[in-house]
Design a protein around this ligand. Sequence first.
Ligand code: SF4
Length: 177
Amino acid sequence: MVERFEVALNTPAGRLTTAIDVPTGLIPIASIIPLTRRLGEEAAQLEVQRATETGQTISCRIGCAACCRMLVPLSAPEAFTLRDYVGQLPVDRRTLLLNRLSDTKDRLIREGLWSQLNDAAEASTMAPDEELESINRSYYALRIPCPYLENELCSIYEARPAACRELLVTSPAVTHH
Ligand code: SF4
């Protein structure tokens, strides 16, 4: 048995509408992931349309991974899905990624950002924008590449979070090393 819902989301580039069929029984929380990914991609398409209409050029291109040095907001279902994705990879690949994730965590601990990120993630209410903005800025200032970034390409492209599907840039591409 499924029940159909109409979903409407307001994005900076316009309104996104979609219909989803939700099973009425119990389903794993990660079942929401295909929908969040699809919405992320549709939001990006709306953004492309708006940029094109206003005469802007999208400067995103393969090999430019400036966005992959920013904090990526991840919902809990996405975090579980990503963990499972990494968990089913061949052992060599998995070990490499887990080592890189662990190195990134160590770096964040050294920089004093780990506890701030943890507190924000575990808070029962969402932290105020100013607080998140300050963590965001400190993180981006470190230019830490995402642990999944390899040779400036996303190595988990098919499984990347919804937020990574939304980002588009219209300013000139600048490479950070
Ligand atoms: S998951 Fe992929 S697209 Fe997202 S920040 Fe990491 S490398 Fe970039």
